[in-house]
Design a protein. Structure first.
Lengths: 416, 304
């Protein structure tokens, strides 16, 4: 045991100082942030200056109400209107063409964000166009569409003689809140986005954690093999001690990474005054993480020990990445239907269990029975995998040259 | 004392080691000799419990290998390498810790050894800053830092310059003085001849010659000829009276056929060569090696 600890200490202390670890430690949250949260944050970020939108309105009846509508609904943080409508007067088809030409020039000149072209009669023709250089401004396009729909409905109702106050009442906005019902019966208001990002965040964290530490592990075993240090190691301690040390060291490395990310997560949630996840849920997830981590550490050891070239190591890594990317593919279905048969089945497949639970726990707490069952399955498989990895590690760590085939590995595992 | 009895290891179809027995006594240097692929490294790995033998027995001081014995074994693998990105001192301390040496003690010893090998300036540097030869010295330090009772070295001299070879030889003799049991494998017969008390010669997985060097040489008797000459000596290796021959430009070492006396042989070569020196002596280990392994006559292929 002392020797296993000596190995663990070396694996941990030397790797925690390595550049590869530091990079993965810092880069991963950044990548996650970049991939998942940043686009949304940027898209929902308020504009700081008013945007000027042209309008060509042959009927002459929409421009003014639209302007009022936009003023009332969309304001800049400083209280000024977010959108300023600039009217191009045009009645006939020729005038419309001329106005479009002028507006195009202004857009190219950066004086106009874009412009709307409405039909001649809004009562018969509700089609309208939005012209702009940037048609990817989703927020603006969405708002214009929304405003026009509201306005045109109101106008049509007015034209049919309905009372304006009734119209206002009928067309008022709806306001939907999502309330998450916890098992204890407590209700908490929760934004869909937050639950989504929490689940997504936990899943990606698990994914990156396993990928990075798995690669560190395979790489270090390969290094020990190619520089023959493994011979000195195996003459100093048993293969089991060596493997145990590696698993312990790597797990500590993973815990460090998780701990630091956890601190970052807590800091963010405190800053934004939101609860990402309750404490018991976090504890439960931690359990899944630990055993999932052990399971994958064993898989990486079994896959990495027979390898003796960089090329083979990369091949192995890409296979395992595919294995790990699978839950990401299922993530959205699972989030939408956490209680579907598919969810239940996938939860009980050991290499999917931790990620599935990372998705499911923040969305909807699974039943106690399912938690206990999946944990037991995962733990059994984790220890089974470690036992198998031990056999493969013992026999193949000193093997050079041709990588043993799957069949040969099976023979090794079956051997007494 | 290390005893290996009837060791056998088969890799799928190849018999790597077949019925190998050897003994290394306390305070003795045993040379494990043999051509490439003879089974030296497999024997060493099996002794170190890195490979499980198919049959046979390995006893350290009469006991099978266990953790405490692992702590008293020092091993230098044939192919060299170290962790490149780690600091020299930390690397040494790690391997020492695996042998049960405390950090403080290993630091003290590392200091002494690095000083002796003139490597103190690299004390706090990363291993990759060291030249290949220096890394090799570090590896040797690692193999003996824990003051092991059994020292097993696979080709320890290869890659070292003459000065460091002498240093290494001195240290090995010191270890021997201290009563360590030392096994080293080598191709270099002259090294083995100078250092070893006994040898075990393996060929094709089998022990073909073993015993104390002096005794082996006696066994071969004095029917070996050292010849210095002028002229073309090629014909020497084809003489019927010559059993094994190494013929160089102006020098030849020959083992004569049994019971052949010097005058008889001299008569065969006189007149064909200008003899400058003729000596009947014990054969060199190199000649014995060639005789046993090759059983062949060579023309200047010399020691390798």
């Amino acid at each position: 045991m002392r020797k296993a600890l000596a190995v663990a200490r070396w694996e941990y202390v030397e790797k925690v100082k390595s550049k590869a670890f530091l990079i993965s430690l810092l880069l991963t949250p950044l990548i996650m942030l970049g991939m998942g949260i940043l686009p949304t944050l940027l898209a929902t970020r308020p504009d700081t200056t008013a945007q000027i939108v042209g309008i060509i309105d042959p009927s002459g009846e929409i421009a003014l109400p639209l302007s009022e509508y936009l003023d009332a609904h969309y304001k800049l943080p400083d209280g000024n209107p977010n959108y300023v409508l600039r009217k191009f007067s045009a009645g006939t088809a020729d005038e419309v063409a001329a106005a479009k030409h002028r507006a195009d020039m202004l857009i190219l000149d950066d004086q106009l964000e874009g412009y709307l072209v409405l039909g001649k009669s809004y009562l018969n023709d509700t089609a309208f166009e939005y012209h702009a250089q940037n048609v990817g401004n989703v927020k603006l396009i969405e708002r214009m569409n929304h405003a026009m729909r509201d306005l045109l409905v109101r106008k049509k109702l007015e034209a049919r003689g309905y009372d304006t106050s009734i119209i206002r009442d009928l067309s008022s906005e709806v306001d939907m809140k999502t309330i998450k019902l916890a098992k204890s019966g407590q209700e908490e208001e929760s934004a869909v986005e937050r639950v989504f990002f929490t689940a997504y965040g936990f899943m990606m964290m698990m994914f990156f954690l396993i990928i990075t530490s798995g690669q560190i592990l395979v790489r270090s075993m390969l290094e020990e093999k190619s520089n023959r240090v493994v011979e000195i190691l195996i003459s100093s301690c048993t293969a089991n001690q060596l493997m145990a040390g590696k698993v312990i060291g790597l797990s500590l490395l993973g815990l460090t990474q998780m701990g630091l990310w956890g601190v970052i997560g807590i800091a963010i949630s405190l800053k934004m005054a939101i609860t990402l996840i309750s404490l018991p849920s976090a504890g439960l997830l931690f359990l899944y993480f630990i055993f999932g981590y052990l399971f994958f550490a064993a898989v990486f050891i079994a896959a990495g020990a027979p390898v003796s070239t960089e090329q083979e190591a990369q091949q192995i890594n890409s296979y395992l990445v595919i294995l790990l990317i699978l839950p990401v593919m299922f993530a959205f279905t699972i989030m939408q239907n956490p209680n579907s048969t598919l969810s239940h089945v996938l939860t009980f497949i050991p290499f999917l269990t931790p990620t599935m639970m990372a998705i499911r726990i923040p969305v909807q707490m699974p039943s106690e029975l399912e938690i206990a069952g999946s944990l037991i399955v995962l733990i059994l498989f984790a220890f089974g995998a470690i036992w198998m990895a031990g056999k493969i590690f013992r026999t193949t760590i000193l093997l050079y040259g041709k990588r043993p085939s799957l069949r040969e590995l099976l023979v090794i595992v079956r051997a007494k | 004392m290390l005893t290996v009895a009837h060791l056998r290891k088969v890799y799928s179809t190849v018999v790597a080691v077949d019925d190998v027995s050897l003994q290394a006594k306390k305070g003795e240097i045993l040379g494990l000799l043999g051509p490439n692929g003879a089974g030296k490294t497999t024997t060493i790995r099996t002794v170190l419990n890195m490979i499980t033998p198919d049959s046979g027995m390995i006893l350290f001081n009469g006991k099978p290998i266990d953790e405490s014995i692992q702590n008293s074994i020092g091993y230098l693998p044939e192919e060299r390498g170290l962790y490149r990105k780690n600091k020299l001192l930390h690397t040494i301390q790690y391997f020492a810790s695996l042998k049960g040496i405390s950090a403080a003690e290993s630091k003290r010893r590392a200091y002494d050894w690095l000083k002796r090998f003139d490597l103190l300036s690299y004390y706090q540097q990363k291993v990759e800053a060291l030249s290949k030869g220096n890394q090799q010295k570090v590896q040797f330090i690692i193999s003996i830092l824990h003051d092991p009772e059994f020292v097993i070295l696979d080709e320890p001299f290869s890659g070292l310059d003459p000065i460091n070879q002498i240093l290494l030889k001195d240290i090995l003799l010191e270890l021997k003085q201290k009563g360590k049991t030392i096994i080293f494998s080598t191709h270099q017969m002259d090294q083995a001849e100078k250092l070893c008390d006994a040898i075990c010669l393996i060929n094709k997985g089998r022990v073909v010659l073993e015993g104390e060097i002096a005794e082996i040489k006696n066994r071969y008797g004095k029917n070996s000829v050292m010849l210095e000459f002028d002229g073309d000596g090629k014909f020497l290796s084809t003489l019927p009276s010559v059993h094994t021959a190494q013929v160089f430009e102006n020098y030849a070492e020959l083992i004569l056929r049994d019971n052949l006396k010097a005058p008889q042989f001299l008569r065969e070569i006189v007149g064909k060569l200008e003899i400058r020196k003729f000596e009947m002596t014990q054969p060199s280990l190199n000649a014995i090696f060639l005789d046993v392994v090759g059983g062949r006559r060579t023309n200047g292929e010399g020691a390798s």
